[in-house]
Design a protein around this ligand. Sequence first.
Ligand code: BG6
Length: 508
Amino acid sequence: MANGSFAYKKPDSCAFVIFGVTGDLTHRLVMPSLYNLATSNLLPDRFCIVGITRKEASSEKLRDDLLEGLRKYATRHIDDEVAKRLLQCVTAIEADPAEPESFDRLKDKLEKLEAKRETGGNRLFYLATPPNAFAPIAEQLGRVGLLQEQDNGTPWHRLVVEKPFGTDLASAKALNDKLLKIMDEHQIYRIDHYLGKETVQNILVLRFANGMFEPIWNRHHIDHVQITVEETLGVGTRGSFYDATGALRDMVPNHLFQLLSLVAMEPPARFDAHTVRSEKAEVLSAIQIQSEAEALQNSVRGQYTAGQIGNTKLSDYSRTEDVKPDSATETFAALKLTIDNWRWAGVPFYLRTGKALNQKRTEVAIKFRQAPFAMFTCTPVDTLAENYLVIAIEPTQGITLQFNTKIPGPSIRTDGVEMKFNYKDYFQAEPATGYETLIYDCMIGDNILFQRADSVEAGWKAVQPFIDAWKKAGGDGLQTYTAGSEGPEAAAELLTRDGRSWRKPAQG
Ligand code: BG6
């Protein structure tokens, strides 16, 4: 991670090899991020983008496509000079894992290009492909020796793997096993774009660069934690992917667990990738593994029906293109989890995520215990406002502390107020995709913000009982909610039965 000292390290020269170069991810995120890095002068001095196409394509054509994509999706004004410099090196090479010999040719061409461009033989392979291509591509790269590093790690060869990393515990393990037969863990960069978000990274700083939170960051002072990722968009054109995936797999073991692990991990002794990632893996592996019966008891799943969000009308999820009409796939999931360690014993973590809801909001809300007794006799404890520390990630980025204060006047009356830190009031950041830091970190070899094999597996292990229980239950227990609503009512009950409720954001 770029460390704020302003003396950012310049990455080593390298070839940036993209599989899936004509796809959506490359256009929307990878290229705009490379462009933003170029404008910040954070690309290597010697650098070339190699686009792998399945059918033969000319480099000129690929360059034009990438430029068109860049003009469409760039987050910053396009400076023609910068774009030209970035794209001048684009080279198309044909390779398809279904034709293994094409990888022998790829090796040959890539080595020639590396020699011509003097990239020092360092290679970053970016798999911006559908997940079923991850292992076949890695296997072919391994077979032809393109991933093999010398003992001293120079030149370096790295592989960036997008999400979803597996579809359950068994498939994630199988993918890890395959990749780890081909290369070492330090060469694998499993991306979760949540870790590219400034406010998500700031959780570490909030907790560990300030002395005042740690003493109260435990079961003695925290009543429970809520993690919310609400989206207003429906499934759109992703029906085929989404119907086979659902809200739980799409969001929980990756994005929501990133938030959970940063909030719940023990303080790492050092800020290095090994130590931080070990603490994250440790806390994920401390999530209590529920039985299927417990999982049913501690979860709610829902599917949206026709409704309206703002001016947009949505039809039933089951009528989305490429979705089975009798689909039991959830578009909303809420879970209650517990973490079996000394810090968190007895503190529930409530997680919820869903599509087609009434607002876009991502936040972690830490609810503190109430003041222990009603000292203000005219103000029963029951009416005290709740004490929350809210880490807001979307759409606002900041931190809010909710606490009670005295209403001015001769008698003691209290009201809940908010103390707010808003990122944009203090810092001016250039509009970014959120991938810049991640891509830059891959190039400088810092994998602190990437998922390690054990974390990925611990995440899947914790959600597996929910996957299994829901699969067996099919349509039974699947709630519905109107698009544009707050989600299924049963999600509120998940907390009310524990005498709690989801935090309602302050109006206005
Ligand atoms: C993706 C999911 O990983 O994250 C999408 O596949 C989801 O379904 C997206 O919409 C949410 O990301 P963000 O950054 O908008 O919260």
